[in-house]
Design a binder for this molecule. Structure first.
Ligand code: FE
Length: 366
């Protein structure tokens, strides 16, 4: 059942606490029930006067509540949070059109942010503060969206079955030695689409198609479940190696359930391509909505997200990596070790998305 509910966060700690106790969940995998579904009507926030901002977000983490609360304390702008699923929020803003109360969209994956831009909902932002803090490869070339955290898509392997000396690159996953050993989620998942899109940027379409065919030939099972399910599959022996984002492993490590902690003890993250371009990086990010009723406050919020304090909250909310230099990562995440990023411009994940989907379809990645 969908619940229609909207939270108005203020600097008041009590409000933030109520929020925090209800939303400690994930993105994309295991989506929570939207707190205000796009299908709901009758409680849309009205375009507000200066002093408020309306954030449409698919992030649902307790530290995000603290982030909003701190922003209000620092700037005086009250934050109205409207939560929902990623693609539904884009559709909602699009259908609300010129009357949309949305000032900002916060979501995950550069491929999806690109899709949101294709829907015509963003307007470019020019801000020296933002461009100084966010590396060029993690933002839209015209400032239509920005990455505020990084997520690494890595190889997760079973420590009892795989010697890490055997692992090297994404490209190596097509080697016949991995036949019947690789598990991944569906090609409908934007994370995998963006990974394939990044390979198109590096190798071109033909070579990437050969790679996808080789990967599919090594699948241990038909794709099913989310990233967490792939890690569970590696632990239970359904496959030896999975592709998954690191924060899913960190989440298992922090679980209160002994069975999930045990999975963390069986599975290890391997950062591929350290001898060449680096490990595939994606982002959690956002942009200013074209018809934003409160652009001044909204831009302030985007700038605030680049601050050291906000970077810490934002990244640690989901065990991700901050984009700002010198910001500490969570201790479990730090335990995965340092690594080299692939600095391919994430905007290319969007540009190459349609080709990636076609290639995955042709190769039989269901
Ligand atoms: Fe995710």
């Amino acid at each position: 059942m969908k619940v229609s509910r909207r939270f108005f966060l203020t600097a008041g700690a009590a409000t933030a606490t109520v929020f925090a106790s209800q939303f400690i969940t994930s993105c994309s995998d295991q989506q929570p029930t939207p707190t205000n579904s796009p299908a709901s009507t009758g409680n849309n926030p009205q375009p507000s006067a200066t002093g408020e901002i309306n954030i449409y977000s698919s992030r649902h983490y307790n530290t995000d509540a603290e982030l909003y609360s701190n922003f209000t304390k620092e700037t005086g702008f009250k934050v109205n949070l409207i939560e929902g699923k990623d693609d539904e929020l884009i559709e909602r803003i699009k259908s609300e059109g010129a009357n949309s109360p949305a000032d900002l969209l916060i979501t995950v994956d550069a491929g999806r942010l690109w899709r949101a831009d294709q829907a015509g909902i963003f307007v470019p932002v020019t801000s020296q503060i933002i461009t100084d803090k966010i590396p060029e490869n993690l933002r839209h070339p015209e400032g239509k969206w920005f990455g505020f955290t990084k997520r690494a898509r890595v190889l997760m392997y079973n420590k009892d079955k795989v010697n890490p000396d055997q692992l090297s690159t994404y490209e190596d996953l097509t080697d016949p030695k991995w036949k019947g050993k690789i598990i991944v989620r569906s090609s409908s998942n934007i994370y995998n689409q963006s990974l394939v899109a990044s390979l198109i940027a590096v190798h071109g379409e033909k070579e990437t198609e050969d790679w996808v065919k080789g990967l599919v030939a090594n699948f241990a099972r038909s794709p099913e479940g989310g990233d967490t399910d792939q890690i569970l599959g590696v632990a239970s022996g359904a496959g030896d190696i999975a592709l998954a984002n690191t924060y899913y492993l960190a989440r298992l490590a922090k679980s209160d359930k002994p069975s999930e902690k045990e999975i963390f003890n069986k599975v290890k993250a391997f950062f591929p391509n350290q001898s060449d371009r680096g490990t595939h990086i994606n982002i959690s990010g956002g942009g200013l909505i074209k018809n934003a009723p409160n652009p001044e406050g909204a831009i302030k919020f985007l700038e605030y997200l680049t601050s050291d304090t906000a970077q810490t909250f934002f990244a640690q909310g989901n065990n991700e990596y901050p984009v700002g230099a010198g910001i500490p990562v969570d201790s479990i995440v730090a335990g995965f070790g340092p690594f080299k990023d692939d600095t391919t411009n994430v905007a290319l994940y969007g540009e190459n998305n349609a080709k990636a989907v076609e290639i995955m379809d042709r190769a039989g990645w269901v």
